[in-house]
Design a protein around this ligand. Structure first.
Ligand code: NBP
Length: 479
């Protein structure tokens, strides 16, 4: 037995992660795949890695030093359960099984509980950054026990991306905390992408600029507070010309956005937790809306506004859109972090929100300088209830809100959908409102369902006798 770390599942993610592990000082990597071909191919193509291949789970376990540590990189779902069942048979108490796939966090909570009963540690680790990240340095979000982190920490630190000298990995919290945070990361990614897409659409339809010209605008924006990987790749996509037609590629790509489900998980979880992640929800729904061509064909007959969309001062409009994008982005991240805070509370995880922001600065899709500002905000006030109220963000929104409002108005008047821009603004105005019409909703609920209400001027729970003499009485607080 000579390997300190093993990888099970050698498709693209697993083989890249295994190569990354092998390239780091001090690691010897055992590899196993259900079907032999992938193992043979990986070992043959990468002799420099010094992999220790095995062709049964017994052999795999025997090739690992104790505590045995293995990272599973197989298709999420049943495949993961199948591999866990096999590893549990050949591993011993104290050993560590890591699931690096895209598991749904309730599955991770369930698996951790079941595996723990055998004395073996189970760690669900969110790994972000796709194939390239797996090979060169991903952002890693491990959950699991403190005990497993002692062994696993140095190994994961050795392969993680590095941002400003700091590795993009931290022990997020127990059991499913890592996969939960990875899920919200993906949700935020949906929102960020949708906001950028709306900015592009508004500029394109408002000013008639070409995709290549808009690419230059994004490149310019990337030099400022919007600096991020997503803005950078947006410029590259917009600049791309289709070889076959000579048109901008973006005009040739079918406008129906796909999704693998992590955005939907983020929204479903937020609904259960009662956290208003409206930006992520709108982004997820925008993809759904785009993907119903039959409905869109029929609905295309519906009338839009009479006036055409004309922008007088193009430069001023572009700057407005930039500011609207930044303000909306602040709200989207604020909502995402709110979901992590609420998840931590619900599942009893102690999550350092600032540390989460820091490990997203490199290796993952939402990497950006901006995350430093989030880390700063939580360093200043760890219990910050609304991220957007931190001084840097509040000041940015204060400066940009005029532009943000103009853009949302222009979009509405022009009949250009800007669901993420406008829902973020509605959230902003809602969360900062002194009084909300929720009072009226409570009145309605009491009217039809005797759901009761509280008063602003005295404690207690009350009900008005709507069907009788309409007097108010004190009620039991049961609804
Ligand atoms: P896939 O998701 O395509 O899964 C293929 C691997 O799963 C193969 O090694 C296959 O073995 C193995 N496998 C299956 Br399927 N069922 C199995 C079973 N019952 N027992 C044992 N092995 C089984 O691989 P991938 O694209 O490399 O992704 C791996 C994980 O990483 C997934 O959870 C995925 O969601 C995640 N992922 C993350 C990112 C990211 O950016 N973070 C990107 C892509 C994927 P075989 O060779 O014998 O069929």
């Amino acid at each position: 037995s000579a390997a300190n770390i093993g990888v099970v599942g050698l498709a693209v993610m697993g083989s890249n992660l295994a190569r990354n592990l092998a390239s780091r000082e001090g690691n010897t990597v055992a590899v196993y795949n259900r079907s032999r071909e992938k193992t043979d191919a990986l070992v043959a193509e990468h002799p420099e890695a010094g992999f220790i291949p095995s062709f049964s789970y017994e052999e795999f376990a025997a090739s690992l030093t104790t505590p045995r540590t293995a990272i599973i990189m197989v298709k999420a779902g049943r495949g993961t359960d199948a591999v866990i069942d096999e590893l549990v048979k050949v591993f011993e108490p104290g050993d560590i099984i890591v699931d690096g796939g895209n598991a749904y966090f309730p599955d991770t909570i369930r698996r951790e509980k079941a595996v723990r009963e055998t004395g073996i540690n189970f760690v669900g680790a969110g790994i972000s950054g796709g194939e390239e990240g797996a090979l060169n340095g991903p952002s890693i979000m491990p959950g699991g026990s403190d005990e497993s982190w002692v062994t696993l920490g140095p190994i994961l630190t050795s392969i993680a991306a590095v941002a400003e000298g700091e590795p993009c990995v931290t022990h997020i919290g127990h059991n499913g905390a890592g996969h939960f945070v990875k899920m919200v990361h993906n949700g935020i990614e949906y929102a960020d992408m949708q906001l950028i897409a709306e900015a592009y659409d508004l500029i394109r339809r408002g000013t008639g600029k070409t995709p290549a010209e808009i690419a230059d605008i994004f490149t310019d924006w990337n030099g400022g507070e919007l600096e991020s990987y997503l803005i950078e790749i947006t410029a590259e996509v917009l600049r791309q010309i289709d070889a076959e037609t000579g048109k901008p590629l973006v005009d040739v790509i079918l406008d129906q956005a796909g999704a693998k489900g992590t955005g939907a998980w983020t929204v479903q979880t937020a609904l259960s937790l009662g956290v208003p992640v409206s930006g992520i929800a709108e982004a997820t729904f925008a993809r759904s809306l785009s993907s119903h061509p039959e409905q869109r064909r029929v609905a295309a007959a519906l009338p839009g506004p009479d006036s055409t969309f004309e922008v007088d001062d193009v430069d001023a409009f572009v700057e407005d859109v930039r500011q609207a994008l930044f303000a909306s982005k602040i709200i989207a991240y604020s909502q995402g972090f709110d979901e992590i805070r609420a998840g931590a509370e619900e599942y009893d995880w102690s999550i350092d929100l600032g540390a989460v922001a820091k490990i997203w600065r490199a290796g993952c899709i939402i990497r950006a300088q901006f995350l430093n500002r989030i880390a700063d905000a939580y360093a200043e006030e760890p219990g910050l209830p609304v991220l957007a109220t931190a001084p840097y963000f509040a000041d940015s929104i204060a400066r940009g809100q005029g532009a943000w409002r103009r853009v949302v108005v222009a979009a509405a008047q022009a009949g250009i959908p800007a669901p993420a821009f406008s829902s973020s603004l509605a959230y902003y105005d809602g969360i900062r409102a002194d009084r909300l019409p929720a009072a009226l909703v409570q009145g309605q609920r009491d009217f039809f369902g005797a759901h009761t209400y509280k008063r602003i001027d005295k404690p207690g729970t009350f009900h008005t006798d709507w069907s009788g003499d309409r007097t108010e009485s004190e009620a039991e607080d049961t609804h």
